[in-house]
Design a protein around this ligand. Structure first.
Ligand SMILES: O=C(O)CCC(=O)C(=O)O
Ligand SMILES: [Fe+2]
Length: 311
């Protein structure tokens, strides 16, 4: 089973009049992708490749700064948001049973005006990341609406629990990732660029640079590759959404492999992790008790504890 490509042009960003018929068609296509694979490529979403390249360019400048200039922005040092900031190579294990991931990241988790942003040598960093965050937010809300229709639910069912994206009572995060060149002599057993995991929240939007490595576990139990398709956004279901839909929409395990030995290329990606509002209680939308209700923020914090647990 491959990852399907769905044309979102009928409901792309900025489009205001979408017909019921087009929405229905889209919702069926997304439903099929999210029930069978858990991943879909959207083309014509309204977010174009130039925007993505701009964010990757600005973040790469930051990642290439000396460590001493990045350290002051470390995750865990921002009093208003514990998830905001820079994460150094090896700090996070998305598969908690494996050594730290060979990646560096910067989380834009707060848009609070008193946050101190990197600026020396990277003067556009804040503006570029905040603008992209807001673009991803708009697209996510459109996708969440279509996803509810795909389950024959009221269009607002998921949206009403995502009213505060971009404020400090919602954990939605834009993460820019940088995978530095790998020196294969220093790699530990079972260490990857990004360990096997499923995402935590409702959905994730992912934009990748051209270097490969991302793999998705399909329902037949095989890892299939999920290459970058320029101009598209890869969207996947995350664990809270799987619970919410009583396992109808599936959150697929994925990972990023190391490059082949001797390949010294770098890799970049941008992940927009959509999270319901902190206080939202997530209970099965079909009225069943397949999973007990859980408060969104409690669930997110327990998952962070696992992936940063070794430090
Ligand atoms: O870098 C990628 O392509 C995937 C990253 C990812 O899955 C994650 O950060 O959750
Ligand atoms: Fe992921």
């Amino acid at each position: 089973m491959e990852i399907p490509v769905v044309d979102f042009s009928a409901y792309e960003l900025e489009k205001t009049n979408v017909s019921v018929l087009n929405l229905e068609k889209l919702s069926e296509e997304l439903r099929k992708a999210f029930t069978e694979v858990g991943f879909v490529y959207l083309k014509n979403s309204g977010i174009n490749q130039d925007e993505v390249d701009k964010v990757m360019g600005a973040s790469k400048k930051f990642f290439c700064l000396p460590e001493s200039m990045k350290k002051p922005f470390s995750r865990g040092t921002f009093s208003c948001n514990g998830n905001h900031g820079w994460i150094s190579v090896g700090t996070e294990s998305l598969n908690p049973r494996c050594p730290g991931d060979l990646k560096e990241a910067f989380n834009t988790a707060s848009l609070c005006s008193d946050i101190n942003w990197p600026s020396e040598g990277v003067d556009d960093f804040r503006d570029v990341h905040v603008s992209f965050y807001l673009r991803c937010k708009e697209l996510s809300l459109r996708v969440l609406r279509v996803m509810a229709l795909g389950l024959n639910l009221e269009a607002e069912v998921f949206l009403s629990a995502h009213k505060h994206i971009g404020s400090d009572v919602n954990g939605t995060t834009l993460r820019t990732l940088y995978y530095p060149p790998v020196n294969s002599t220093c790699v530990k057993e079972n260490q990857l660029r990004c360990g096997e995991h499923s995402d935590y929240g409702s959905i994730t939007l992912l934009f990748q640079s051209s270097e490969g490595g991302l793999q998705v576990l399909n329902r037949a139990g095989e890892f299939i590759s999920a290459p970058s398709i320029p101009g598209t956004v890869l969207i996947n279901i995350a664990d809270l959404m799987q619970r919410w839909t009583s396992d109808v929409y599936v959150s697929a395990v994925h990972r990023v492999l190391l490059p082949p030995a001797g390949d010294s290329s770098t890799r970049q990606s941008l992940a927009f992790f959509v999270q319901p509002d902190d206080e939202a209680i997530i209970s099965c939308c079909d009225g069943s008790d397949k999973y007990p209700p859980v408060k969104s923020v409690d669930y997110l914090l327990s998952r962070f504890k696992d992936s940063y647990g070794k430090n």
